[in-house]
Write a protein that binds this ligand. Structure first.
Ligand code: GLU
Length: 396
């Protein structure tokens, strides 16, 4: 076999695979409704698009710029971080990357040695374990379920800690469950990590998408003594409907940031300057679109929860953030649907796509089977129609 083992042993991103399949079927004329991708359906705000158009005409942006990012964007990220979470950072701690996903990859590659263990509360976003494995690390999944609101307690984390534990991945609001950790739980996790010298990689990409008066607390702000071993990852994709622009970043202590900068200088060089200038406008310009989109997501969240809860055999924990709902379908499994036996949520996802033309991501992808993830970042009409189709098929 020609393919290197690290790649042959790796799976393609299931979230992107489901999304690509749904989009291809739709392009081929199938009436597919996609709950797969976590991708806002809104266009990027016009002020951001206009900034990019101007940037494309400026020859300064036609050349290489520093691998770690445009100085003005690193500055804007530091200012935005203080504004939105209260964390004071130096622009020198910021590295601009090709989306949040790439920031995470850089972080794992720069922090994790072969054999280091990384605790990842499950269900988890699909790329955390894949990236830890690429770095040679050992993934230690820390199980949670609906009985704890999908939040990992310090007790459960402690049960999985060993002398090889190097880092914990902390995500609130969470993808795929929408769980938001209350301040006292963020504090408990931060204190525990600081006490044991464990690094925290905190993914804050959904920080602005919280509902019902909840707040996304930034771990290094709540627990300043954890800050020297905390790396914050974030990006413009979810807050500003900019998934395709690919701009994310990491904020890390100096030593790690230098490592990430070195890696990036050898692997990608700078992120597209046009996209970086667009990100500056997103972070520093008019913020009103953020609240408007959050309101729409909140409306869709309530619609999704109401409609899914009404289906017999489906059990929903109300998501408090992000734009995902992660219902349990355990009450459906073991049945025959459209002439096919459905024993797992993988089977269920197949039947739903084939028979109801609805795409969702089975929980197997996120490390907790029996559940499935639906993104509600799609239009209200599609959302309602898609869940109606699921209800109809499951009750037939
Ligand atoms: N983060 C989004 C999701 O979970 C985008 C797709 C991906 O990169 O996984 O659907």
């Amino acid at each position: 076999m020609a393919l290197a083992r690290r790649i042959s042993e790796m799976e393609e991103s299931p979230t992107l695979a489901v999304t690509a399949k749904a989009k291809a079927l739709k392009a081929a004329g199938e009436p597919v409704i996609g709950f797969g991708a976590g991708e806002p359906d809104f266009p990027t705000p016009p002020n951001v698009v206009e900034a990019a158009q101007r940037a494309a005409s400026d020859p300064a942006n036609h050349r290489y710029t520093p691998a770690t990012g445009l100085p003005a964007l690193r500055e804007a990220i530091a200012t935005k971080t203080a504004r939105d979470t209260g964390l004071e950072v130096d622009p020198a701690q910021v590295v601009v990357t090709n989306g949040g996903k790439h920031a995470l990859y850089n972080v794992f590659m720069s922090l994790i040695d072969p054999g280091d263990e990384v605790l990842i509360p499950a269900p988890y976003w699909v790329s955390y374990p894949a990236q830890v494995q690429l770095a040679g690390g050992e993934v230690v999944a820390v199980p949670t379920d609906k009985s704890t609101g999908f939040r990992a307690s310090v007790d459960v984390l402690e049960q999985h800690r060993t002398s090889k534990t190097k880092a914990v991945v902390f995500v609130s609001p969470s993808n795929p469950t929408g769980a938001v950790y209350p301040r006292e739980e963020v504090e408990a996790v931060g204190r525990w990590a600081a006490e044991h010298g464990i690094w925290v990689i905190t993914d804050e990409i959904y920080e602005h998408l919280v509902y019902g008066g909840r707040v996304a607390h930034s771990l290094p702000v709540v627990v300043p003594e954890a800050a020297e071993r905390t790396i914050v990852v974030n990006g413009v994709a979810k807050t500003y409907a900019m998934t395709g622009w690919r701009v994310g970043w990491s904020i890390a202590p100096e030593e790690i940031t230098k490592g990430i900068g070195k890696l990036q200088s050898q692997v990608t060089s700078n992120v597209s300057n046009v996209a970086q200038v667009a990100a500056i406008e997103a972070l520093t310009g008019d913020q009103s679109a953020v609240a408007e989109m959050r309101e729409a997501f909140d409306r869709r969240r309530r619609l999704a929860v109401d409609k899914l809860s009404a289906i017999e055999g489906v059990d929903v924990v109300e998501p408090e953030g992000a734009f995902y709902v992660y219902p349990s379908f355990e009450g459906i499994l073991g049945r025959e649907i459209a002439g096919r036996r459905v024993d797992t949520t993988l089977d269920l996802a197949d039947v739903l796509l084939e028979e109801a033309k609805v795409a969702l991501v089975p929980g197997e992808a996120f490390g907790l089977a029996g559940y499935a993830r639906l993104s509600y970042a799609l239009g209200d009409d599609d959302l309602a129609e898609g869940i109606d189709r699921i209800a109809e098929l499951l009750s037939s």
